[in-house]
Ligand binder design. Sequence first.
Ligand code: HEC
Ligand code: HEC
Ligand code: HEC
Ligand code: HEC
Ligand code: HEC
Length: 215
Amino acid sequence: MAEIFPEWVNDVPRYVVIAAGVSLVAGGLAVWYFFSPEYTDVGYKPRQPIPYSHELHAGELGIDCRYCHASVETSAAASLPPTQTCMNCHALVARDSPSVAALLRSADTGEPIRWIRVHKTPDYAYFNHSVHVRKGIGCASCHGDVTEMEEIELVEPLSMRWCLDCHRNPDPHFRPLDQITTPKWARVSDPATFAETFKRDHRIAPSTECSACHH
Ligand code: HEC
Ligand code: HEC
Ligand code: HEC
Ligand code: HEC
Ligand code: HEC
């Protein structure tokens, strides 16, 4: 059969389909990005099964975050402490307090405490703690100062826009690596120069590619 059209035309439908698909995704994204309420969940502060206080433990008693959130520097999840971590002290401390009763029961029965999750990104968005804290982003940049919190509260929206705002301009957030968990860290005197040097030394360039966060 004689070729009426040049060869490349055979591929047109596929291009059209792909282009349409891409613009659908882009359109949907634009609608979502510009119209989604940015602070929907900020302020979320569920009542926990035990009135555990960060203000007391991480603040007054000065226990480092990593004592309880042990995997925060090495893996995606920060992790919550098992009952045994609390029992290192509460086997002796405040045993008679009614607020500690549920903790002692958990230690007796081996039944873990069902803490209510405060921060959660959807399954289709990938978040990893270690890539942040090992690159100089402190807990307080994303969680606020928990040593002022009797109960943990969501202080940032965890929206895509929030992630991207920092990926585009992380400079105000960098800290020396030994200050990652310091709740009230006094800023360096010249943050701009510090950020430049820090980014160069640690080869930091946060991604804004979709595939970095959507696998
Ligand atoms: C003695 C143990 C302990 C220490 C120290 C501690 N935490 Fe926690 N943390 C917990 C427990 C238990 C929970 C779960 C109950 C709750 O949300 O209050 C928790 C919850 C959290 C949450 C909320 C998790 C969620 O559900 O989204 C954040 C954020 C957090 N901690 C940050 C920190 C930071 C930052 C520090 C250090 C400044 C710190 N924690 C120190 C025990 C600890
Ligand atoms: C390093 C020691 C230490 C660790 C670890 C620790 N606590 Fe405490 N906790 C204390 C001290 C000290 C107090 C203050 C006791 C007092 O006021 O008599 C306290 C107080 C409390 C209280 C309040 C008691 C009251 O009567 O008001 C609760 C509830 C509590 N802790 C729960 C926990 C839980 C849950 C964990 C584990 C996630 C934990 N603690 C880990 C030392 C610790
Ligand atoms: C760049 C922002 C960011 C930084 C820095 C950060 N977090 Fe988180 N954190 C999050 C997000 C987002 C979630 C929800 C993650 C999810 O749903 O997978 C979270 C969840 C948590 C949780 C809930 C349990 C878990 O494993 O997911 C704890 C506890 C926590 N963070 C503690 C910390 C501590 C302690 C530090 C500092 C050593 C820290 N975070 C640093 C953003 C951050
Ligand atoms: C306060 C600043 C800040 C916030 C908020 C933040 N990030 Fe990041 N993110 C960084 C920095 C800095 C890096 C390290 C980049 C590097 O090593 O080149 C990073 C790295 C990453 C990486 C590894 C890929 C890469 O770019 O190197 C992923 C995935 C990631 N972030 C996802 C997220 C998600 C998802 C959120 C929101 C839930 C988020 N981040 C919020 C600053 C931030
Ligand atoms: C730095 C991390 C990051 C990057 C880069 C990123 N996203 Fe996201 N994206 C997220 C997070 C986190 C959410 C979930 C936000 C929420 O729960 O509100 C999300 C949500 C979405 C959603 C769901 C919207 C909805 O209706 O909830 C779409 C679609 C999306 N992203 C597309 C994209 C595309 C396309 C790109 C590339 C142009 C991209 N994302 C780049 C972190 C990222």
